[in-house]
Design a protein. Structure first.
Length: 239
């Protein structure tokens, strides 16, 4: 995420600079015409005036909002809300979900292979899976297993675990090789995550370049639009 984050920050910085320093210069020039400016140009000038007037309030408000968000997601309800939301996000949600599932299956496989008691295994996995929703599901499944249910049956009650994982765990229980099955699932998930991230990285680069070009180019075109229509602005058509 370093590359898209850097480009996004640069885009915001360039846009802010243009609105605060460049657009007002054009606004002063065009104000002397005493004529109605094109809509996009007038919108940018108005936005620039608002930004210049309130930038000392906007920047602290944004910083406070970011700090407040990070503080909120560290609280118990905030973390639960964010963990539930992030696995439902488009594009990035499935990746976050698969990362948690890969962590769950690999840790579970390693601990079962090491001979750790299953209830202790589930307690450790719940603390390391990295998602509160999954953690709650594992703890409920642990209680069901303690009452005599099988691992796959208890895990299969919770929609956060895909049917593929449940079926592989069922096959592992039946053959007595659940650790090997979980290891295969973890490897499969890791490969899927790597493939998806590689594709997204290749796609994000041109999209960000286009986004930056559209934003900066749109501002430039909007500011030069009155020059293209100079004759209409200086000598408006008589009605």
């Amino acid at each position: 995420m370093m590359y898209p984050t850097a480009v996004t920050v640069i885009a915001i910085g360039v846009t802010t600079f243009l609105l605060v320093k460049v657009v007002p210069v054009f606004g002063e020039i065009y104000s002397g015409f005493g004529a109605k400016l094109p809509g996009p140009t007038q919108f940018l000038i108005s936005l620039s005036n608002i930004l210049k007037s309130y930038i000392l309030y906007i920047l602290p408000a944004l910083a406070l909002a970011v700090y407040g968000w990070f503080f909120y997601i560290k609280t118990k309800p905030g973390r639960e809300f964010w963990d539930r939301t992030r696995i439902r996000l488009p594009i990035f949600g499935p990746i976050a979900h698969k990362i948690c599932l890969a962590r769950f299956t690999r840790t579970l496989a390693s601990l079962i292979r090491s001979g750790v008691p299953i209830l202790e295994v589930l307690n450790i996995v719940a603390n390391t899976c990295g998602n509160v929703v999954m953690e709650k599901a594992i703890r409920v499944a642990s209680s069901d297993i303690e009452r005599g249910e099988g691992i796959s049956t208890a895990i299969g009650k919770h929609p956060i675990f895909p049917s593929m994982i449940v079926r592989m765990m069922t096959a592992g229980e039946q053959t007595g090789k659940i650790d090997a099955m979980l290891e295969r699932v973890a490897d499969f998930l890791d490969e899927e995550i790597e493939t998806t991230l590689s594709g997204l990285t290749s796609l994000i680069e041109p999209l960000l370049i286009v986004f930056l070009g559209v934003v900066v180019g749109g501002i430039v075109i909007a500011m030069f639009l009155p020059i293209f229509k100079m004759s209409e602005i200086i000598n408006p058509p008589k009605r």
